[in-house]
Design a protein. Structure first.
Length: 271
């Protein structure tokens, strides 16, 4: 897993999130104890206020069960963060690339997979459009019901994907680079399947938690020829475009909504 990262902090954050996905009761304190750090020290590492030492890197590598090549890669990432020598940093970057030749440090495939497969990335991007909302990890986490660590990782990925960027004119602010994101695949794609499963679950939850004034859920069942499916897709895509345009025209945006369309075969069995 560490070979999927070009920053050791994002690797540690991702490891914590993975453990919390498996066990929601797993805390940062538990993770800190596992790594041999205090919770305060781990929090400072996550925030960038403190760097790991090589001694800590060695201990953490063993605690997480990294293999020999992964340990060396993790140590190198830690050194890249701590050195101030430009020539040494350049040398360490070259070493990191040599240790992980399959990962081009400019390759966005892993981050793109995460953006597609975890529902909250696109929600976070669009929260930049909310009026009178302070775009901070704490506020975002509270509105979306996810952890602050997940928000920080998502923001890092969105910046790397050039979907959002730091607003140089306003300290601590961000802005969208790309507006509406459309993702489609003509073949089965596990990332898209995961994303849609998550959004369908959110829709199910809304049946119990949101009033009819807060949501619109409807359906229609009818017989149709498979020959007109391309036309059906064209109509659906036009609908998405019109809804996106409606969003742009909204003068006051206070919430982020998700729009899904499901059009599938109910009579797939034998005739």
């Amino acid at each position: 897993m560490v070979l999927e990262h070009s920053n050791y902090r994002s690797f540690l954050k991702s490891t914590l999130v993975e453990k919390q996905d498996k066990n929601p009761a797993y805390s940062m304190r538990s993770f800190a104890i596992l790594l041999g750090l205090t919770q305060s020290a781990l929090s400072q590492v996550f925030s960038g206020k403190k760097n790991l030492s090589l001694e800590s890197a060695n201990r953490i590598s063993n605690k997480l069960g990294l293999h020999e090549n992964e340990i060396e890669y993790f140590r190198t990432l830690v050194q890249i963060e701590t050195t101030r020598d430009i020539d040494l940093k350049r040398s360490l970057l070259t070493r990191a690339q040599a240790l992980n030749p399959k990962r081009d440090l400019q390759d966005l495939s892993v981050e793109l997979f995460s953006v597609i497969s975890d529902w909250y990335h696109l929600a976070i991007k669009n929260m930049l459009d909310l009026d009178h909302f302070e775009f901070t990890p704490t506020n975002i986490a509270r509105r979306l019901g996810i952890s602050k660590i997940e928000v920080e990782l998502a923001i890092e990925r969105l910046i790397r994907l050039e979907m959002i960027e730091v607003d140089s004119a306003h300290k601590g602010k961000y802005r969208k680079v790309k507006d509406h994101t459309i993702v489609r695949s003509a073949v089965p794609n596990e990332a898209l399947r995961k994303f849609h499963r998550q959004m369908l679950q959110k829709a199910i939850e809304s049946l119990e938690t949101q009033t009819p004034r807060e949501k619109m859920i409807g359906s229609e069942t009818f017989a149709i020829s498979e020959e007109v499916l391309p036309k059906a897709t064209e109509i659906a895509e036009e609908f998405f475009k019109k809804m996106a345009a409606l969003s742009c025209k909204s003068k006051k945006r206070t919430q982020v909504y998700h729009l899904s369309v499901q059009f599938f075969n109910l009579t797939k069995g034998k005739s």
